[in-house]
Design a binder for this molecule. Sequence first.
Ligand SMILES: [Zn+2]
Length: 112
Amino acid sequence: MPNSKSPDTLLRQNFLRQLAKLWPPIKGSLAEVRKPCIRPNCPACARGDKHPAYILSFTDKGRRRCMYVPTELVPQLQQALRNGRALEEFLYQLGPELLRHYRRQRDAPKST
Ligand SMILES: [Zn+2]
């Protein structure tokens, strides 16, 4: 037996390898907002500039929700959002790939 791994196993291993590279994947959107602070006589708030803050919007059981994101986490979350899009793209490709795989197996001459 030259190759004991079935094509299905190879597809699965490839999937898991891709998945590991895309950790952590998230879905949602990150937006910068400006908030007033609680300090009295804050010059930034007095100017109307307020303070930049980031919020992550996402859907939780069909309901739109959002959470504040600490500034230092913004680059990581941006990467996680890119990972999420890449993962989604990958899942879209996997459907046709599975079908082609199924057809190849069905049409392959049976070895007896
Ligand atoms: Zn302020």
